[in-house]
Design a protein around this ligand. Structure first.
Ligand code: SF4
Length: 344
């Protein structure tokens, strides 16, 4: 968009844009009022991968190109890991830290607003839509913590909330905003049709921190590490995880893609296990690679091969640091034994 075009706008809003329906509609309601919008799409180690079209990541660019607003991608990196390790305002149903997350994202948006001399911030939040973070008291809490009172406009529920500065000054016409409340998405669908918004994802349940299995793996990691490393976090997305002892984990690939990913995660202090000449997963043994643990990892590996019903399976373990190979013939682990060590 040219500078001249921007000059004609009535104001400039910074938007939190997930790529989902609600945040897209909030932006469209602003564009309709001739407000320039700069959208921020945040990435974290717990979100979907925008670069992977098979994942749930939503590419924000098609909407920005179609409707004419700018998008900036921002990775929250360590700042987000810090709040996951110790959230100030607790967790939701699983390991999700939605209130701290909103505060962090809004603080980033506030810095962007101040840097670009924008006038206010918008989000696609809908009053009462999510039990943990979108209740009125939680919305006030977020305002207090970010110091954004008067500057944070939620266009989809604005008429149910106190008028913000851009509404009071007349920059934004409050009458053209919405009063959506609760979990029904009927009004959002109507607005999508009205605004020609056709291609939007189904409402997502949130980031990986809202997923039970992922949360259990993360809890286990937190219980056994002093600090979360990006590498350990990324590994939580791959494979079946088993905890052998406080220092030792086994990760078993579930398909070829995961086997290839696990190859990328191998380090000198790991062992790689595989059953040769049959359908076999690739397994990483991480931590204490004692003989006993190699044998346990081999039994777990054997359980997921095509020979899992055989009395004995040959498994090869390779120590990554020096390629030392150990060949073992083991009984595949029984499901009842696996239950005792599975992290899920
Ligand atoms: S679901 Fe995840 S990304 Fe969404 S608000 Fe909660 S913690 Fe943040």
């Amino acid at each position: 968009m040219s500078e001249n075009a921007n000059k004609k706008k009535r104001g400039h809003a910074i938007a939190l844009f997930s790529g989902g329906l609600d945040s897209a509609l909030a932006i469209l309601l602003m564009l309709k009022q001739d407000i320039e919008v700069t959208a921020l799409t945040f990435m974290t180690h717990f979100g979907c991968d925008l670069g992977d079209r098979s994942s749930c990541g939503t590419d924000p660019y098609p909407a920005s190109e179609k409707f004419g607003f700018n998008v900036k991608l921002m990775h929250l990196g360590q700042k987000f890991v810090d709040i996951v390790e110790s959230p100030k305002f607790g967790r939701g149903g699983h390991m999700n830290v939605c209130i701290d997350c909103r505060i962090l994202m809004l603080n980033e948006a506030k810095a962007c607003m101040e840097m670009t001399n924008a006038d206010f911030i918008i989000t696609g939040e809908v009053l009462g839509q999510r039990p943990f973070s979108q209740q009125k008291d939680k919305m006030h809490l977020v305002l207090r913590e970010t110091g954004l009172k008067g500057k944070l406009l939620r266009p989809l529920s604005a008429k149910l909330l106190r008028a913000t500065e851009p509404e009071l000054s007349g920059m934004v016409d409050r009458e053209m905003l919405e009063s959506i409340n609760g979990r029904s998405r009927k009004r959002q669908m109507e607005l999508a049709t009205e605004h020609g918004l056709e291609d939007y994802p189904n409402p997502g349940g949130g980031c990986l921190l809202t997923d039970e299995g992922y949360s259990n793996r993360l809890k286990d990691l937190l219980a056994h590490s002093d600090r979360l490393s990006f590498e350990d976090l990324n590994l939580l997305r791959v494979g079946r995880h088993f905890r052998l002892d406080p220092a030792t984990k086994v990760v078993v690939g579930r398909n070829e893609k995961e086997n290839n990913l696990l190859m990328g995660y191998r380090r000198d202090h790991h062992c790689l296990l595989e059953a040769p000449d049959i359908g076999s997963p690739l397994t990483l043994l991480i931590g204490n690679t004692s003989e006993g643990n190699i044998e346990k990892a081999a039994m777990i590996t054997a359980r997921y091969t095509s020979a899992r019903l055989e009395p004995k399976v040959c498994v090869v373990s390779t120590r990554v640091s020096d390629d030392r190979v150990t060949e073992l013939t083991v009984t595949p682990a029984r499901d009842e034994d696996l239950k005792l060590v599975a992290v899920r």
